[in-house]
Write a protein that binds this ligand. Structure first.
Ligand SMILES: Nc1ncnc2c1ncn2[C@@H]1O[C@H](COP(=O)(O)OP(=O)(O)O)[C@@H](O)[C@H]1O
Ligand SMILES: [Mg+2]
Length: 253
């Protein structure tokens, strides 16, 4: 298993500096959180990891690989999967089909072999179905298996999106504000699933949120980002006492 590392990453969009000289390391199997107010640069960090943005300066590495210049599909193939702040699912498809897409990709089920529909393809189809069903059970969305995404409550959609990422069988899971827009009950559910994915599946998780509450309960290590800069890093109990964090982020004067 590999560490994910940022070395002095700066990301600029014209005159805007989204990230300014940010460094951090996420160790294998850890549950690492990045918090900060809106516009702090949290999603930009995920976009730099997953090949959507390219850092202006600095390096992003995963184990031995420098992943700074890779395409999103290449990053996914190395074992890094993500969810998006605004859910990105196929809305006119069922829960099962959305999750199967991830599973097929993981099994390398190419368009050519699916056209030929060989014995190997049928086997791979069954394997994908098995992976998808296990994830559906794990996330407790059995009763929504054949429901269309559009018809589902937001909290369930979010779980499906996590399911699709898990179907890739990633080593690292990036979760961008998984509890945004959820009520308390949904937030508690999602927190429990994140803990289970971390502990039972043994995944490395990087969790981004602007709201400290859930993150402080479940993260092992927290980085605080403010205006694109790393303000603090440490265990949750240290972070809540940090005067820089209290001043800048919690808005206590
Ligand atoms: N594609 C882009 N083009 C221009 N500015 C961007 C782009 N993506 C992000 N930014 C800017 O970078 C800063 C950080 O954004 P973002 O990473 O989305 O923050 P967060 O996820 O913490 O809310 C913001 O000022 C945002 O407007
Ligand atoms: Mg964001």
């Amino acid at each position: 298993m590999s560490s994910l590392k940022f070395d002095n990453v700066t990301l600029k969009f014209g005159g805007i500096t989204a990230l300014n000289n940010v460094s951090f390391e996420v160790k294998p199997k850890s549950l690492y959180a990045i918090i900060g107010p809106n516009g702090a640069g949290k999603t930009s960090i995920f976009n730099c990891i997953s090949g959507i943005y390219r850092p202006t300066e600095g390096d992003v590495s995963f184990g031995e690989n420098n992943i700074k210049d890779l395409r999103p599909d290449q990053v996914a193939d190395l074992g890094i999967a993500r969810t998006f702040q605004n859910i990105e699912l196929f809305e006119n498809m069922t829960v099962l089909d959305n999750i199967l897409i991830g599973a097929h990709r993981h099994l390398n089920y190419g368009p050519i072999s699916s056209l030929l529909y060989t014995k190997k393809t049928r086997k791979s189809e069954l394997a994908a179905r098995k992976i998808a069903e296990e994830i559906i059970d794990f996330l407790e969305i059995e009763q929504f298996r054949y429901s269309y995404i559009l018809s589902l409550p937001y909290g369930v959609q979010k779980r499906v999106e996590i399911g699709r990422a898990l179907a890739l069988n990633p080593e690292v899971l990036l979760l961008d504000e998984p509890a945004a827009g959820m009520n308390n009950e949904e937030t508690e559910d999602i927190a429990r699933f994140i803990i289970d994915i971390h502990e039972e599946m043994g995944k490395t998780i990087i969790l981004v949120d602007h709201d400290m509450n859930m993150v402080m309960d479940i993260a092992e290590e927290v980085m605080v980002l403010n205006f694109g800069e790393k303000l603090a890093e440490g265990r949750p109990e240290e972070i809540v006492k940090d005067s820089k964090v209290i001043d800048a982020y919690l808005g206590v004067s």
